[in-house]
Design a protein around this ligand. Structure first.
Ligand SMILES: [Zn+2]
Length: 361
């Protein structure tokens, strides 16, 4: 079985590497860029495996699985394969991973290890994950290796945010761009990896994931989904208290967010759910099927009520615009609590304008 069969998408990138290896035109440094959770890391690992196989067959991207390069690689013990990345929970790439701890500077770390000779007939392959989390000192420490990589060494850098990389790092790598996955691919991956309980959960998360398995995994968080249900139930009402809803949502947010960054991220999710709510209602009004997914009953109820209003389009448009503004506010560092209070207060006011006009007395 191919090592690539469990990876979805990115055929173009694979063809590019196949051709490049066949023509013996490999660069010494590549930079994989694309949204988080689309498979850049998985791609890099498979490529590294293929590059470390000592007995490649006709397809240079298919390692044999049996040789003195493959067997230790599969066991996680090939000395020619190096991996560094930002540890989970940390925001910055530890410089020690590149040049060793202070007391052993230059004697350990990736820059040292990659300079050691590979096994006979092999090469060194290093994955530098989360390269966009390097601060200036780390980037500068790494630069020398990147400028003059040892012979027979290949560096595969991975980053989600190209703008966060020092231009000096960027300019020394060949850029390989990765696109978001299709909704179908995300859905299939969620099911294949047993990350969801049901097809319905997989579809829900995949459709909102924007092609990222990372995003989809956040969405299957049961607590976040509970907040979505609460939000939908309130938005569907003719009269809800904007500030009351905001308060309830913020309580939920503080339970599931361990720090401010996470609170902002989850706050953005609530706003996206609100946009989803109004956008789906809009589709319903246009009688356009948004997808094969059945519409949420709360949205259906809301859309039905709106269909009796003459100003339905205007209200939906204004609600979506207002939500987009709130999201931009959070992006520009307006506190989450303030952004949500003002958003839901405005949405409640808009919603009251949608009440059926009472017959004149
Ligand atoms: Zn092999």
């Amino acid at each position: 079985m191919s090592i690539w069969s469990s990876l979805r998408g990115h055929d173009e990138q694979r063809d590019m590497f196949r051709r490049t290896i066949e023509r013996r035109r490999l660069s010494q440094a590549y930079l994989f860029v694309g949204p988080a959770g689309v498979g850049k890391h998985q791609f890099a690992r498979r490529l590294a495996h293929a590059l470390l196989c000592l007995r490649r067959g006709e397809d240079p991207l298919e390692p044999c699985g049996q040789c003195a390069g493959c067997k230790p690689f599969l066991a996680g013990a090939n000395p020619d394969f190096l991996y560094v990345g930002c540890p989970e929970g940390k925001r910055e790439f530890p410089i020690a991973q590149l040049v060793g701890p202070e007391e052993r500077r230059g004697k350990e770390g990736l820059c040292h290890d990659i300079s050691l000779a590979p096994l006979p007939g092999s090469r060194k392959v290093a994955i530098v994950d989360d390269a966009d989390t390097m601060n200036e000192s780390s980037a500068n420490a790494f630069l020398k290796t990147l400028e003059e990589p040892p012979d027979r060494a290949i560096l595969l850098l991975i980053a989600s945010n190209l703008d966060a990389l020092l231009p000096t790092i960027r300019s020394r790598c060949q850029l390989v761009r990765f696109s978001p996955l299709t909704t179908e691919d995300v859905q299939a991956l969620l099911l294949e990896q047993d990350l969801v309980q049901s097809m319905e959960d997989a579809r829900f998360a995949a459709e909102l994931s924007e092609g990222s398995l990372f995003t989809a995994r956040q969405l299957i968080e049961p607590e976040l989904r509970k907040l979505r249900t609460l939000l939908f139930a309130q938005l569907a009402k003719t009269d809800f208290s904007g500030l009351g809803l905001s308060k309830q949502l913020q309580e939920g947010l503080s339970e599931i967010s361990s720090d401010t960054a996470e609170q902002r991220r989850n706050g953005q999710w609530l706003i996206r759910f609100a946009v989803e709510f109004f956008r789906t209602a809009l589709w319903q009004l246009q009688a356009v099927e948004s997808s094969s997914a059945p519409t949420d009953p709360e949205i259906a109820k809301f859309a039905k009520r709106l269909s009796e209003q003459s100003n339905a389009w205007e209200l939906l448009g204004a609600s979506i615009d207002r939500a987009v503004d709130a999201s931009l506010n959070i992006d520009s560092n307006v506190p989450v609590a303030l952004s949500l209070d003002s958003l839901f207060d405005d949405l409640a006011r808009l919603s009251r304008r949608s009440q059926p006009t009472r017959s004149p007395v």
